[in-house]
Design a protein around this ligand. Structure first.
Ligand code: TMP
Ligand code: ASP
Length: 256
């Protein structure tokens, strides 16, 4: 493979310089981390699944008019994306209490929240991504009030869409984290969805069995992470990667 310039390496992904200015290649690694890298492992094949699942979700979101950084998938582990200036704020949307909100506010996991709740954390590994308010974000200049409004509106649209998408395949979207970036378009700054949306950054519970189908399986030492991610991909109808003949076109149903 030709030598590419590595622009950034995160815990689960690497960004390389893209083929054209303004583009990057986003490479999905097999690394799984939790609690800010305190727990770290490699789970063979996770990057391949997240690449496919995130592609599927970003394309669907693009179809309903959510602007994203996604251009196209390049191969099993990589996608071509637009280069963006990442807003240093993670946007979390919660529908059901789980994880840190349950601990912080003493709400039993699984409790339906009165409405979808948005939280912001400051992207800083050194500080462990602390929870912040809109006041912090605007006072420290991480995003403008208008950008916050835009990110919140997009996050809620993404939540509505994904809640329905997952509901249709028997999965409850408990919560998820998303990230946004700035791009210049027609001399205007615009906010687009960036990073990834995959079972690494969502909580997904099977509606019938309540089984966890997300990274909590790793965080909580439950095992079976690959099986769970594969099941998510299978239900989304995207697991036929190596069998294009089975993936394309209508399925022949016997009428006999
Ligand atoms: P939390 O309950 O640990 O705050 O997580 C809320 C959601 O955000 C959950 O779906 C996992 C996701 N998340 C990330 O993707 N990255 C992170 O660094 C953290 C803390 C959470
Ligand atoms: N992504 C964070 C980490 O790698 C936290 C998490 O997802 O639990 O440490």
């Amino acid at each position: 493979m030709s030598r590419r310039r590595r622009v950034y390496e995160g815990k689960a992904k690497i960004l390389y310089e893209g083929p054209e200015p303004g583009t990057l290649v986003q490479h999905f690694k097999d690394d799984a981390t939790a609690f800010n890298n305190a727990k770290h492992d490699r789970i063979e094949g996770k990057g391949v699944l997240n690449n496919r699942i995130s592609e599927f979700i970003f394309v669907k979101l693009g179809d309903i008019g959510v602007p994203t950084h996604f251009i196209k998938r390049l191969n099993m582990r990589e996608q071509l994306i637009r280069e963006v200036e990442i807003v240093p704020v993670e946007v979390i949307v919660r529908n059901i209490a789980a994880g840190s909100i349950s601990e912080r506010l003493g709400i039993d996991e699984g409790t339906q929240l009165p409405r979808s709740i948005i939280e912001f954390t400051y992207k800083s590994d050194e500080l462990n991504d602390p929870l912040v308010s809109e006041e912090h974000i605007t006072a420290f200049g991480w995003a403008s009030p208008q950008e916050i409004d835009e990110m919140m509106a997009l996050a809620l649209r993404i939540n509505d869409f994904l809640t329905g998408l997952f509901m249709g395949i028997g999965i409850r979207l408990v919560d998820f984290k998303c990230e946004f970036g700035r791009v210049i378009e027609n001399e205007m700054m615009r906010i687009v969805l960036a990073d990834e949306i995959s079972p690494d950054c969502c909580r997904l519970w099977d509606i019938e069995t309540q089984d966890k189908m997300d990274k909590d399986r790793f965080r909580r030492d439950m095992g079976g992470l690959m099986e769970a991610y594969q099941e998510v991909a299978r239900r989304l109808g995207i697991l036929m990667e190596n069998k294009p003949s089975e993936r394309k076109g209508p399925v022949l149903v016997s009428t006999k």
